[in-house]
Design a protein around this ligand. Structure first.
Ligand code: ADP
Length: 484
């Protein structure tokens, strides 16, 4: 059994400190037992953190570094995470529920953001604009100042790294509000900053309730830029707070993403895509493949194969699932599991067919839910239109290509989409017509930290990952010089 500290603190201005709102108990979703307590920030703690970040910004300690020095710090932060992967991964699994091997993958993913954006720190350059003989004109990119980052509970370490690394690379000082369900693993980001020599106060990490600490951060008048990943209603609150202070905001809000499967697709390979697409992290992934839209000619065969794969996954405590394999851990908590369970029950009463799963496994008491597939889902059902954020796949049928695209585009979201076919024309036509920020052809989740990610419609706005992400963290200043 992994031993973990009983009490974890917030990290403000280089100090590990208690919270003004007391403590919050962090629960292991696989057992329902309390794992540890974490300091709980109030609005005053948030203000201290923002002021610390602001001072670092004003002092120029981070902003004025040679980009290669910021790059080296980021690299060292990524290295620190890798060096401590064996300590971080069990804590992440115990607080979040995912299999231990998935937590290791997450630590590597977080480190990869630091590596990638360390490489980009030196690559952002302005341009010179010709204005005729009397002028010398050029642009420079400057950091916004204080970047506020509100993090969800599904990939607590990786998603914090996703915004932190490019923000720091561009010279912003950061205040991170971790999710109240999963605050523990983010401590290593603070430790990484200390080990790497990041200027004190350039990274602050606080756990607090969303409606208190989160809202205080989003609405703080000295915050200059906001990144939020989470639900649509909370995204609306954050966007309103950003609007009131006229600060830019990046929103990543989830989806109901669809894979279109044609009769000429490689079904063996596709079933493997479904395994990752909807059962990784028990389906608690914004870009999960929560809908499969399959041609009627191969519908029954595909459904049988997916059911077989889903039933082969062993569901149980993530901490016992150290090896990469056919398994799934707990969901993040009972509330989330109950919400998913209710949506499945409603879908069945709306006429969907439960093809597999749909129950809590008998042999575990925690927040577990079986890998589940619903068939005979139609576009009108709530389950076809609402994000589920759990291990539940909805299967819909189609007869021709136009109908497939119409169904895929029929939700208010637009995060990712996929098309599975051996016909290049069909794939390219679908890639153009799918209303989504990212299109996967013949491999769900193809891409990485290098490829821009973000949504259309209610999936949000702004792009994270890739070089596009850097633009979230800089302002362009034009400097025009007149020769006298
Ligand atoms: P969930 O309901 O699944 O926890 P949220 O979108 O509410 O998803 O949470 C994502 C993150 O947003 C968490 O860190 C949470 O604390 C934070 N949060 C929740 N409400 C607010 C709010 N009103 N303002 C700012 N942040 C919030």
């Amino acid at each position: 059994m992994t031993e973990i500290n009983e009490f974890w603190q917030n990290y403000i201005d280089g100090e590990w400190v208690d919270g003004g709102a007391g403590r919050i108990a962090v629960t292991n979703p696989a057992t329902g037992e309390v794992l540890a307590e974490h300091a709980l920030a109030d609005a005053t703690d948030i203000d201290h953190a923002v002021q610390a970040a602001r001072q670092v910004h004003l002092s120029g300690e981070l902003r004025d570094l040679h980009p290669v020095d910021r790059s080296r710090i980021l690299r060292a932060m990524g290295r620190h995470l890798l060096d401590h992967a064996d300590e971080i991964a069990p804590v992440l699994t115990l607080e979040q529920g995912k299999p231990l091997w998935e937590s290791r993958v997450e630590v590597h993913g977080a480190a990869r953001y630091f590596e990638y954006f360390a490489n980009q720190a030196e690559a952002v350059e302005g341009r010179s604009i010709p204005l005729g003989g009397r002028y010398f004109d050029f642009t420079v990119h400057e950091p916004h100042g204080v970047s506020a980052q509100i993090i969800p509970w599904n990939f607590p370490l990786e998603l914090a790294a996703r915004s932190l690394a490019p923000a720091l690379a561009m010279g912003n000082a950061c205040v991170v509000k971790s999710a109240e369900l999963t605050p523990l693993s983010s401590a290593w980001l603070g430790r990484a900053a200390e080990a790497a020599g990041l200027p004190t106060g350039a990274l602050n990490i606080l756990c607090g309730y969303g409606r208190e600490a989160g809202a205080a951060l989003a609405g703080h008048p000295d915050v200059n830029q906001i990144v939020f990943t989470g639900s649509v209603p909370t995204g609306v609150s954050v966007a309103k707070a950003a609007a009131l202070n006229i600060v830019p905001c990046v929103l990543e809000l989830g989806g109901k993403s669809a894979a279109i499967v044609h009769e000429d697709a490689d079904l063996d390979a596709f079933v493997d895509d479904v395994r990752w697409g909807i059962f990784l992290n028990a389906g608690q992934v914004c870009s999960a493949m929560s809908r499969v839209i399959v041609h009627e000619s191969c519908h029954d065969e595909l459904v049988d194969r997916i059911a077989e794969m889903a039933e082969s996954l062993s569901v149980g405590p993530g901490i016992d699932r150290a090896e990469f394999g056919a398994n799934m851990g707990a969901m993040v908590g009972e509330l989330q599991r109950d919400r998913v369970e209710l949506m499945v029950t409603e879908a069945i009463s709306d006429g969907a067919n439960l093809a597999t799963g749909g129950r809590r496994p008998k042999d575990h008491i925690g927040a577990f839910y079986q890998p589940t597939m619903l068939t005979e889902v139609t576009q009108e059902m709530k389950i076809a239109r609402t994000e589920i954020f759990g291990p539940v796949l909805s299967v819909l049928g189609f007869r021709d290509d136009d109908e497939a695209i119409e169904i895929a585009n029929a939700t208010q979201y637009g995060l990712v989409g996929g098309v599975f076919t051996s016909d290049l024309d069909r794939a390219t036509a679908a890639a153009k017509r799918l209303r989504a920020g990212q299109v996967f052809v013949n491999e769900w989740y193809a891409g990485g930290v290098e490829t821009p990610f973000g949504g259309w419609g209610k999936s949000g706005y702004g792009r994270e990952k890739g070089r596009e992400a850097l633009l979230n963290y800089v302002q362009t200043k034009n400097i025009a010089i007149r020769r006298r």
